[in-house]
Design a protein around this ligand. Structure first.
Ligand code: SF4
Length: 396
């Protein structure tokens, strides 16, 4: 019997050749061609496990079975003057997310402490807004200093929006290790998702961060209506920018935002996107970010074969599954938490109280969902109601 062709018309032998070529290049740190990257996104479901296995070989070459845990601290939530269509904190958003102004230094350090106790080895300090004022940079510098004093082994990444002259240098001088600013989508479609700033502004900020000696973290959001070519374009742009960390987010289409109700992704599609980015950026710390629970659902374990980094617990404005479930996911897959300290967090007891206080597990599964299909019943996206900005214990 003649083998059935893949979605792009390629047969199994062609897919095997493609994957062999991608693995060889990935192991050498080289990029695929754009056509090959697009072809990964168009492989068939029959080839999906081969795609994951090939991306997994590239992942293990650099990262073994280690997974880095990152912990988000939302320093200022909502009330943003920018109009990014995907964002629940945008101008005009009616999403019922937490809104609050800057956390105090003590509260930010306490939130970071909970994440570190849970096993995180990078704390991401994030604030809504177009970009920080110099006063904001001073405020965040104090937080960085406070976290570093308590946890000198933990990396601190700031994510404060567009940077102006000298601000990256001040954050670096305060002890920040990294700066995060996503490109989000391709240059060609950027104007479709935001009108208040431009793609070039984002590129400039990532370059400023790198120029100041901060490790550049920059990623994308999938599921906003982009084409395969857009996804490949942004992946190559991230490679060209030299992003050390590449978060891949899957759109969480909050009610009250322009992209509400947009559930375009399937778990298989998410895996292909992750694999494509792994092949394009083989040396990057590829991070599975927002939307993993609701889009990958029962296929989360396969994603861990491709990525080397996840967020522990909750996201900026939505709740993730219980941190305990994150740790169980890693343990079940035979992964080791990068930089785990015996007796602390993932391997120990300090995080237990916070995890116990985090409330019931949110597995991200959907009643009535058909695995692999765009859901008829939309997943339950829980707005964050615990952790920073609340009196409820964090999910860590
Ligand atoms: S992504 Fe950032 S800049 Fe854009 S609306 Fe959200 S908080 Fe504001």
């Amino acid at each position: 019997m003649k083998p059935s062709p893949g979605r792009d018309g390629t047969g199994p032998a062609d897919v095997r050749d493609l994957l062999d070529s991608l693995v060889a290049r990935g192991l050498a740190g080289a990029a695929p061609t754009r056509a090959e990257a697009v072809a990964v996104l168009r492989t068939s479901d029959d080839d999906l496990l081969d795609v994951v296995a090939a991306a997994g070989r590239v992942r293990r070459h650099r990262f073994g079975r280690r997974v880095r845990l990152n912990y988000l601290v939302n320093l200022r939530s909502g009330l943003c003057p920018e109009d990014c269509t995907y964002c629940s904190q945008r101008l005009g958003s009616t999403a019922p997310v937490l809104t609050y102004s800057w956390l105090s230094t003590d509260d930010a350090v306490a939130a970071a402490r909970a994440g570190v106790a849970g096993g995180a080895r990078r704390v991401c300090l994030v604030a809504s807004g177009r970009g920080p004022s110099d006063r904001d940079v001073a405020r965040v510098s104090a937080m960085v200093d406070g976290i570093k004093r308590e946890h000198p082994h933990v990396e601190v990444c700031a994510c404060l929006g567009l940077l102006r002259d000298g601000q990256a240098e001040r954050l670096a001088a305060a002890g920040a290790d990294a700066y995060s600013h996503n490109l989000n989508t391709s240059e060609a479609t950027y104007a479709d998702i935001c009108t208040t700033h431009e793609y070039a502004d984002r590129v400039e900020t990532v370059e400023r961060a790198r120029g100041a000696g901060l490790s550049p973290c920059s990623g994308l959001i999938a599921g906003m209506g982009e084409s395969d070519e857009d996804l490949v374009d942004v992946a190559f742009a991230l490679r060209d920018l030299g992003a050390d960390s590449v978060p891949v987010n899957f759109l969480v289409p909050f009610d009250g935002t322009p992209l509400a109700g947009r559930w375009d992704l399937t778990p298989q599609r998410c895996l292909r996107i992750l694999a494509m980015v792994r092949f394009v950026c083989p040396a990057a710390e590829l991070r599975l970010a927002a939307g993993r629970e609701v889009h990958l659902r029962s296929l989360q374990p396969l994603a861990l074969e491709i990525v080397s980094s996840i967020f522990l617990g909750d996201y900026l404005t939505s709740e993730g599954q219980a941190a305990q479930a994150d740790l169980a996911l890693l343990a079940d897959g035979g992964f080791e938490v990068d930089g785990a300290v015996p007796g602390v967090g993932a391997a120990g007891e300090e995080g237990t109280a916070a995890r116990a206080a985090a409330g019931p597990e949110r597995p991200g599964a959907m009643p009535g969902a058909v695995p692999g299909a765009v859901p008829d019943v939309v997943p339950d996206v829980a707005v964050r109601r615990r952790g920073p900005g609340t009196r409820v214990a964090p999910n860590a």
